[in-house]
Design a protein around this ligand. Structure first.
Ligand SMILES: [Zn+2]
Length: 178
């Protein structure tokens, strides 16, 4: 129960950061091709890593797939995202994936009520269990080389003792957590 409450409090704290920094918040809400968002929450033995990216930056297109090639592209990208070492590496701690969710529903469920040209995001959530997450002093993002049109990632992070926000890019791929 206490663990659950702690999770809830960290997540609400993260939302608080999002809403309290108006400028950053606006930046985070904007859907800009080539620019993704990262939300990172570090707890005692857990790390929550959530990436929100324009579908275009991961797939090269942003419409509901119709051709075999487009369906294959989605399957390939999912396969790549499933291997977390393609995406990030925590330095200083030994982490295993506990849960993974790749949400492509915005691009797959393009119903008649949606605007055909509306922007679509892909949301990827990794939940990690770490030997000593508190010793994870930094995280290196490795996804830029797999997704060349992805140029910037606006990251927000929170640990039990610290929090911050930083923009990462192909030249600055490591987020320091302490
Ligand atoms: Zn878009």
């Amino acid at each position: 129960m206490s663990k659950l409450l702690l999770s809830a409090s960290i997540i609400s704290a993260l939302f608080f950061i999002t809403t309290s920094h108006a400028a950053l918040s606006n930046e985070l809400k904007a859907h800009v091709h080539g620019q993704a968002q990262l939300m990172l929450a570090v707890e005692h033995d857990k790390i929550d890593f959530k990436l929100i990216s324009p579908a275009e930056s991961l797939l090269g297109f942003e419409h509901q797939p119709t051709t075999l090639l487009e369906f294959k592209k989605i399957a390939d990208v999912k396969q790549l995202l499933e291997v977390h070492s393609n995406i990030f590496q925590f330095n200083g701690s030994d982490c295993q994936i506990q849960a993974l969710n790749i949400d492509t529903s915005q691009i797959m469920n393009n119903g008649r009520h949606q605007h055909a040209h509306a922007h679509k995001d892909i949301i990827v959530n990794y939940q990690l269990k770490c030997h000593r997450s508190i010793e994870a002093t930094s995280v290196t993002l490795k996804l830029f080389k797999h997704f060349p049109t992805l140029k910037n990632i606006n990251a927000m992070w929170i640990t039990p003792s610290n929090q911050g926000a930083e923009q990462l890019n192909t030249k600055n791929t490591t987020l320091m957590l302490y």
